[in-house]
Design a binder for this molecule. Structure first.
Ligand code: BG6
Length: 483
């Protein structure tokens, strides 16, 4: 197994799932401050008072609410992201542990509301600026390259409640201002940026609407404005620091298999891939793909893009492609709700959360992506969410996690042999953090255990799992010592 010299090895976290520090350092409020804890199979909810003052529970990472609704906390509910794993106060200790494992890259996100507590503010919040500077300096001290996500599922609340949501084009301008601020501030420390985490999670799909307030048309408008914001970010970052690299970030779980070799299932797979690649087609190629009209037409969206917007998208193409990979799924012509069949693949295993563990799907995805775009690629999320048992002596025996990473890394090596220009691997959640989907702590991805449970009990102490020592061997040998 050979990885190129200088291949980046690391892990990834997101501010809202790790930092905590609610109300500290002058940070403004974000959506997840009002997102409850769910459970395995129980969705998380956002709690709001509607225009009549009634309490409403709204699911989703981008809750479908009206601007005049008021986010509130409800007694008896638990809001895990407010403290998360307190990376806000533990980052020096945590980065030292990452360095001990041989990390050469650390992907983390900046919380927009720490830099601009209200995104319309004219001047940034100095405490937020200093906080991230110290993090990046700590990374550099250990020769860890920061890979910074500019927006990772933590929209400031003022976007919805002051500006009416992403359908207001002004939000893209405020995003550009934020990007100009952070790139100017950190250009001596940060050379790799990603615009929006899993931008395709905001893609309108059949059956994807929330509680019916938002229409597919508005939802697409929001996405279009995020594309514009991404293009503006790329142009601004390159203007301020011509040496930096700006990438897109796409959720390529699910990659797809047709359920049968029936021709209709094959076409369903093609459409599922078009769904999967729609956002990166825009961000990497710089224009909406040929199938846009048909895809959006099926949702009742009439597609038009102005010449001015088209020119911006063309100029603001990203430099590299990154993605998250967790699983594969099956598609069939009959199951057109979200194209994905609920059927299980008999050839792969499933996690306790029902995610298909399919290492060869990663090789398949890497080849597919590289054939399509021919730009450098990084896998910036991949990992196993599992329940761990903390032993009395502080150890955690997690052979399942070791096996998971070993098998996926082997498939990356094969993809490199296939000719894919893969530059790095930042697995998801090297330190246990709050799950985005379920709000649980017990869905753990880390090599580092954090003493905190699903109700917020625990000391927040960190300890090394068995996988910590395994990944240290892998990372320090540049992927050669896998077994
Ligand atoms: C990705 C997100 O979709 O999946 C992360 O970018 C998230 O934020 C990760 O945490 C794993 O999902 P979950 O629900 O297990 O946390």
């Amino acid at each position: 197994m050979k990885f190129p010299k200088g291949f980046f090895w690391g892990g990834a976290i997101a501010a809202n799932q790790a930092e905590g520090g609610y109300g500290e350092g002058g940070r403004g409020e974000i959506i997840s401050d009002y997102t409850t804890a769910g459970a395995n199979g129980v969705p998380r909810q956002n709690t709001y008072l509607n225009e009549k003052g009634e309490l409403v529970y709204v699911p989703g990472l981008f809750p479908d609410v009206k601007p005049d609704w008021k986010p509130v906390t409800v007694e008896g509910e638990y809001y895990p992201n407010r403290i998360a794993v307190d990376f806000y106060h533990h980052y020096k200790e945590d980065i030292a542990l990452l360095a001990e494992m041989g990390f050469t890259m650390f992907r983390l996100s900046i919380c927009w509301a720490r830099i601009y507590p209200d995104i319309t503010d004219e001047t940034p919040n100095q405490q937020g600026i200093d906080y991230y500077r110290d993090i990046f300096e700590t990374c550099r001290k250990y020769n860890i390259e920061p890979l910074v996500t500019i927006s990772h599922y933590d929209d400031p609340l003022c976007i919805t409640h002051k500006l009416g949501g992403w359908e207001n084009r002004a939000v893209a301008d405020y995003f550009e201002k934020y990007v100009r601020t952070i790139v100017s501030e950190y250009k001596d420390l940060v050379k790799y940026w990603l615009t929006f985490n899993e931008i395709n999670s905001a893609l309108p799909r059949k059956g994807s609407m929330g509680n019916g307030i938002e229409s597919h048309v508005a939802s697409f408008e929001r996405l279009h404005n995020r594309f514009l914001a991404s293009a503006k970010a790329v142009l601004a970052a390159h203007e301020i620091d011509p040496e930096c690299h700006v990438g897109c970030m796409i959720a390529i779980g699910p990659s797809f298999y047709p359920e049968t070799c029936k021709p209709e299932d094959m076409m369903a797979m093609v459409e599922a891939h078009q769904n999967n690649f729609f956002c990166s087609d825009v961000q990497v190629r710089g224009y909406y793909p040929s199938y846009t009209k048909k895809m959006l037409g099926q949702l009742g969206i009439e597609f038009n893009v102005s010449q001015e917007d088209a020119a911006l998208l063309k100029k603001g193409k990203v430099d590299f492609y990154t993605f998250s990979y967790y699983m594969t799924n099956i598609v069939s012509a009959g199951s057109t709700d979200e194209l994905i069949s609920s059927k299980k693949n008999p050839y792969v295993k499933y996690t306790d959360w029902g995610w298909a563990v399919d290492p060869s799907g990663l090789r398949f995805a890497l080849n597919l992506i590289y054939d399509r775009y021919q730009v450098p690629i990084m896998v910036v999320e991949n990992g196993l969410g599992a329940v761990d048992k903390l032993e009395e002596d502080g150890s955690v025996h997690d052979p399942y996690r070791i096996e998971y990473h070993r098998d996926h890394i082997k498939e990356m090596a094969k993809a490199i042999e296939d000719g894919v220009d893969l530059r790095g691997y930042t697995m998801w959640g090297p330190i246990d953090i709050v799950s985005a989907g379920t709000g649980q702590m017990s869905k753990r991805y880390g090599f580092i255990y954090v003493d905190r449970d699903d109700k917020g009990n625990g000391t927040l102490a960190r300890s090394r799992k068995d996988s910590f020592w395994y990944i240290q061997k892998v990372y320090k040998s540049n992927g050669e010592e896998l077994d």
